[in-house]
Design a protein around this ligand. Sequence first.
Ligand SMILES: O=C(O)COP(=O)(O)O
Ligand SMILES: [Mg+2]
Length: 222
Amino acid sequence: MRLAVFDLDGTLVDSLTDLADSVNILLQGYGLPKQDAEAVRGMIGDGVAALVERALLRSGMPAPEIDRTEATSRFMDIYGPRATEHSRLFPGTGTALTLMRDQGWTLAVCTNKPVTAARAILDSFGLTDLLSAVSGGDSFATRKPDPAPLLGTISLAGGDPGRTVMIGDHANDIHAATSAGTRSIFAGWGYGTATCADGATATATRISDVPDLAAHLLPETS
Ligand SMILES: O=C(O)COP(=O)(O)O
Ligand SMILES: [Mg+2]
């Protein structure tokens, strides 16, 4: 079988506005200045604790004046209920995933976002039934760029790294794929910068290009 493992934020879902709004509600609660969405965009990709840490630092609040664990839990309380208020699938996502599933691909998600939030978001967009495995930043002992969560997701989906392609918008996704021995497609429509594509097997500019590109990287009969 052929397996396609997708990243979530910046790859399947444009979640920037809800993440930025939640960051700003958190900062406001601490009496700190707001951050614009473009700044928050560069903070996404290493999980929620890193996002909170970066936002606090950028707002001028160095450790240890605010308890980071408490701030992260506050953030999740804020973000949880509003995670799909403005978030939308990138155009063509549902069609691309359905097409790949119909072409015989097994599909999975490996995100650094906490898995409960990831599952709720995937559910709200009706994607859960298409996916054989979903893992988050708290599903395994480590997060991307470590290959372990990707390898764990591949195993949960019943796949094999040599027959897997990872699709993601961050250098973490590409590095995890390289270390895990999978092919990779850099999601050029997401939140990463051009250098995040370094080392990727291929780059796509829109998700609608992924089915053909993935089939080219992993032909059915190879
Ligand atoms: O939670 C994050 O920082 C981003 O998650 P992602 O791995 O889906 O891009
Ligand atoms: Mg991402």
